[in-house]
Design a protein around this ligand. Structure first.
Ligand code: NAP
Length: 408
């Protein structure tokens, strides 16, 4: 590529993001040229009914993969890299599942693989982790990385809607897909957290290393009672470093109102990055949308033209731990009779789980106990939960949701 020549960009996919990217290249060509000295030129587009991959590959300097999924995206991206082409992708599944192979192929060919849009849309979280803070030892990266679930939880809390109604609304507005299972079940957020953990901790992280729970079982009354404790509910992705080990998880979690992520509502995403040396950084913004995602993809194209290449080589292999501590919200439906509260307290106490606050409602012959626990070992809490579930005065299975205590 000589300096004055246009940079030829081949685009794979012309869906929500691909179509917006194609339009943006046309509209922002002069701005890209002003920033990089190179004018972008669309060299071809591949869809299921249009274009030929080999021709696009031969005629492109940069290949932009906006098909989604792993097949045929993986094959196309590997072929582009090994052919010496830089690649930009917005595909979280591809990077989360095949990162090692793709990074190795890029290293071997001496080309760049960029994927800012794969996590948290246009929020430049990958750029911040890789390029602003590469020498900082990050201790935690966490946030709201799925806009669909954040929209659903926001609507449930705001209107008292059921999970099903809020999901239907999200689908009508285009925030949720016809098959929402990857979003609401936590798998989408898990793929994004695998990518963030890999970059933040410089260690290989496989999708299987990430434990995840979704929001399908959240009931409107959980949100109602939580309000009385000043809590709001988010689906959080949390990647943490603990003494030479890491954990990467996705779970619904109550946050105290002063927490920086508590006000992040609707389809917005937000990611926090922490380390003793930087305290914390919070980034928030749209996590999806054709134009927003296309803007992140175009940003990657500009970075490639600017020539700065982040290194994707693991520095160490960190083991994954599941021995963790959390605070919990606990919702119990019990028979309203003497001794019940004392028995519940005894089960929690014997399992070294201590209660921070408790509210009780009478429901005729039954009662509802809603409690918030102090931080405890998750294994101890699970043991207490199992024991509570087997007691004869329980009217339904206990419901528990993690809580993040007031932000320190
Ligand atoms: N949508 C968002 O807001 C968003 C946000 C962040 C990241 N992303 C990521 O961006 C990527 C694209 O998402 P999208 O929403 O734009 O997807 P989309 O609307 O479903 O579009 C997919 C495009 O890929 C084409 N395609 C599918 N299979 C193909 C194949 N075998 N060969 C060639 N072309 C094929 C489709 O062709 P046809 O036109 O012929 O059907 C379509 O043009 C995904 O990785 C997604 O996770 C999307």
């Amino acid at each position: 590529m000589s300096a004055a020549e246009p940079v030829r960009i081949g685009v794979l996919g012309r869906g929500t993001v691909g179509a917006a990217f194609e339009e943006m290249i046309g509209e922002r060509a002069a701005a890209v040229e002003a920033a990089t000295g190179r004018r972008p030129d669309l060299s071809g587009v591949l869809t299921t009914s249009e274009g030929d991959f080999d021709e696009i590959l031969a005629g492109s300097d940069i290949v932009v993969e906006l098909i989604g999924g792993t097949d045929p995206a993986r094959d196309y991206v590997l072929r582009a890299l090994s052919d010496g082409k830089h690649v930009v992708t917005a595909n979280k599944q591809l990077v989360a599942q095949h990162g090692d192979e793709l990074f190795a192929a890029a290293r071997e060919a001496g080309v760049q693989l960029r994927f800012e849009a794969a996590v948290a849309g246009v929020i430049p979280v990958i750029r911040v982790i890789q390029e602003s803070l590469p020498a900082v030892e990050l201790t935690r990266v966490f946030g709201i990385v799925n806009g669909t679930t954040n929209y659903i939880l926001t609507e449930m809390a705001r209107t008292g809607a059921s999970y099903e109604d809020a999901l239907g609304q999200a689908q009508e507005l285009g925030y949720a897909e016809a098959d929402p299972s990857d979003d609401v079940g936590g798998a989408d957020a898990a793929a994004k957290m695998a990518i963030l953990a890999r970059l933040a901790f410089h260690t290989p992280v496989r999708l299987e290393d990430v434990t995840f729970e979704g929001i399908e079982a959240i009931a409107p009354d959980d949100l109602e009672y939580a309000k009385q404790f000043g809590l709001s509910l988010k689906l959080l992705g949390v990647a943490e470093r603990h003494d030479g080990e890491i954990s990467v998880r996705v779970f619904p979690c109550f946050l105290y109102s002063g927490h920086p992520l508590a006000p992040v509502s609707g389809p917005f995403n937000a990611v926090m990055v922490e380390s003793p040396s930087i305290t914390e950084i919070t980034m928030s913004g749209p996590g999806a949308g054709g134009t927003e995602t296309a803007a992140a993809v175009l940003g990657d194209v500009v970075s490639i033209l600017a020539g700065d290449a982040p290194v994707h080589e693991p520095r160490e292999e960190l083991a994954v731990t599941r021995d963790l501590t959390s605070a919990f919200y606990l919702h119990l439906e019990v028979a309203d009779r003497p001794g019940v509260l004392a028995t519940v307290a005894d089960v929690l106490g014997r399992n070294e789980v201590s209660v921070r606050s408790v509210v009780q409602w009478g429901l005729g012959e039954d009662a509802r106990l809603v409690m918030v626990m102090h931080d405890c070992r998750e294994a101890n809490f699970d043991a207490a939960l199992e024991e509570l579930g087997g007691l004869d005065f329980m009217r339904s299975q206990p419901r528990a949701i993690r809580v993040i205590e007031e932000f320190a």
